[in-house]
Design a protein around this ligand. Structure first.
Ligand code: HEC
Length: 151
């Protein structure tokens, strides 16, 4: 037979678990709201790195080293690693999608990552991340010949 004591322990354990679940839910709600706020703010960020032949060449270099394996040489999301990922990489050649997304949002995604994409905040300087933004734009809208990075 269960003693009164063990029943009490059982009940207080239940309370602890309930509180834990509530705490996790609260944390998720606050975190989600903050993350959403950060995204909304990112939408309005201005790109401080103007598109020039140099920024595109630098962006291309960064892209080749850090992004191409997933996003593909042409930016269409068909890199060598793409098939192994749980989520398909974005398609940067989709002109409709790319015109709906701001430079700030692209920068935000590169900075924070989103699994399975890694965050680049600690790996690439801000300037390099903005140059990558400039470069990935060229997949949907090729830069004028005068600005195109060398092949
Ligand atoms: C390990 C594979 C991987 C690498 C490396 C990677 N990405 Fe991604 N990237 C992804 C995946 C997967 C998504 C889609 C994530 C999602 O929708 O949740 C994504 C999404 C994005 C997006 C959001 C826009 C969209 O179309 O969904 C941008 C911008 C982006 N990546 C840029 C980059 C840049 C720039 C680099 C290199 C500095 C890079 N990524 C490196 C896998 C990768």
């Amino acid at each position: 037979m269960q003693s009164v004591q063990s029943r009490k322990t059982f009940r207080s354990l239940g309370t602890v678990i309930l509180l834990l679940v509530l705490a996790v839910a609260l944390f998720a709600a606050i975190y989600g709201a903050r993350n959403w706020g950060a995204r909304a703010a990112a939408r309005k960020l201005n790109n401080p790195v103007p598109v020039t032949a140099d920024s595109l060449a630098a962006g291309k270099q960064t892209y080749r080293e850090h992004c191409q394996s997933c996003h593909g040489e042409r930016g269409d999301g068909t890199g060598k690693k793409a098939a192994e990922l749980s989520v398909a990489p974005g398609d940067f050649t989709d002109t409709q999608k790319m015109s709906d997304i701001t430079d700030g949002e692209l920068f935000f995604q590169i900075t924070k990552g989103r699994l399975p994409m890694p965050a680049f905040a600690g790996k690439l300087s801000e300037e390099k991340r903005w140059q990558a933004v400039d470069y990935i734009r060229t997949f949907a809208e090729p830069a004028p010949v005068s600005l195109a990075p060398p092949q």
